[in-house]
Design a protein around this ligand. Structure first.
Ligand SMILES: [Fe+2]
Length: 391
């Protein structure tokens, strides 16, 4: 069957077209709420659902822009009884139909996505709702699962309690989101006090606030700790919101913020079988200037290079970052119980722990990473499935 839209989504028809106007380079659609959308003709031609332009099975385009006619014009345009818009491309004699829900959603001047990810909410120690907690006994329920994923997107952290305490539990839950990101520590790793270790994480010593694997070009997005055992009195888990801390530094210490945003730092791991290196500012921003990543595995920095002023500025800026990341105004402290699974955004949230006495018993967290975009993709698909089901 020919698809009516060029993807796998469902577009409820909220507004119907009431009038069409063909211009030299566009089709202007007037909607029943009085809104107008202008669709450039080459744009419309790109999304023709004919089987030459568009693969009906993959729902991907077969043709690139360069494969389309140079001068696109319309010889006819009409509105069918069901609201579908039909146009005929003059030079090819090709007639194509467009779904009104899809067209309105993708209006080039005013797109209205059917789903947007939860907004990020910055938090500090005062926010008693962090980490948001979810009942592991109900995690099979998509609404609970979606709530947990949404919390990891909005707050950068979400905690499921009372999952079955078994070695396979972590993978079973993560498989519902997407593929695990393997690293030089493997697909899964066990954080516990170990002899002859290759990481400070595998000792009983306290760890200041940090992110993991700053050495990697694409620093892993989400980190999960599933508590298999926690018999020690200390060793509390500690989190602080790196984006909230960056915002505080931006407002109160603009010179240090500029250094952390603009000046690259080389991170390098130290291991017998690997040597990852990546040089980048500690605060990464996107093309809009918005913060996307904080990167601060403080024990994996290569010796700083530069003149004495640069190195002095580096020490001032990173001391300030440590000051806030380890400050009680920003940190939340909690104890994981067996069956608890916490997920946090390793490109946003700093984590650390109190030291503990390993002679008191086991402290065993099974961990893994997953990219941030896997959470985002799963949230979109869960929402799409609700639309498809008409919920
Ligand atoms: Fe860590």
């Amino acid at each position: 069957m020919t698809p009516v839209v060029p993807d796998f989504d469902h577009y409820p028809i909220v507004h119907l077209p009431t009038a069409l106007q063909i211009t030299a380079d566009a089709l202007v659609v007037t909607w029943d709420d009085g809104a107008e959308s202008t669709f450039p003709l080459l744009w419309l031609r790109e999304y023709s659902l004919d089987p030459v332009t568009f693969n009906h099975q993959t729902r991907e385009q077969n043709l690139a822009v360069i494969d389309l006619p140079n001068n696109v014009s319309l010889s006819a345009a009409s509105i069918a009884a069901d609201g579908m818009i039909q146009v005929t491309f003059e030079s090819e004699g090709l007639t194509s139909s467009y779904h009104p829900g899809w067209l309105r959603t993708h209006c080039p001047q005013n797109p209205t996505p059917q789903y947007t990810l939860p907004d990020r909410v910055l938090w500090s120690a005062k926010d008693g709702s962090v980490p948001p907690r979810f009942d592991g006994r109900n995690i099979a329920d998509n609404a609970v699962f979606e709530g947990w994923l949404g919390a990891m997107r909005a707050y950068g952290v979400g905690l499921i309690e009372q999952l079955p305490v078994a070695p396979g539990t972590l993978e079973t839950v993560i498989d519902r989101i997407g593929p695990i990101r393997a690293t030089n520590f493997g697909r899964l790793y066990d954080v516990e006090n170990k002899a002859d270790t290759n990481s400070n994480a595998y000792t009983a010593q306290p760890l200041r606030a940090h992110t993991d694997l700053a050495t990697r070009e694409y620093q892993p997005g989400i980190q999960f700790f599933f508590c298999m055992a926690n018999e020690v009195r200390q060793g509390a888990s500690i989190l602080s919101d790196g984006f909230a801390i960056a915002e505080r530094i931006r407002q109160d210490h603009p010179e240090q913020y500029a250094f952390l945003t603009d000046h690259p730092v080389m991170f390098v791991n130290k291991d017998k079988d690997s040597e990852y290196r990546y040089e980048v500012p500690i605060f990464e921003t996107d093309y809009r200037g918005n913060l996307t990543t904080v990167r601060f595995t403080y024990w994996l920095r290569a010796p700083m290079t530069g003149d004495i002023t640069t190195i002095k500025r580096f020490h001032e800026a990173t001391s300030l970052l440590h000051h806030y990341a380890d400050h009680t105004d920003f940190q939340i402290r909690f104890r994981l119980a067996p069956g608890d699974l916490v997920g946090f955004d390793n490109r946003r949230v700093f984590h650390g722990r109190d030291g503990f006495d390993p002679s008191e018993g086991a402290r065993w967290f099974r961990g893994c990473y997953l990219e941030r975009e896997e959470i985002e993709s799963r949230l979109r698909v869960l929402d799409r499935n609700k639309r498809l089901a008409g919920v």
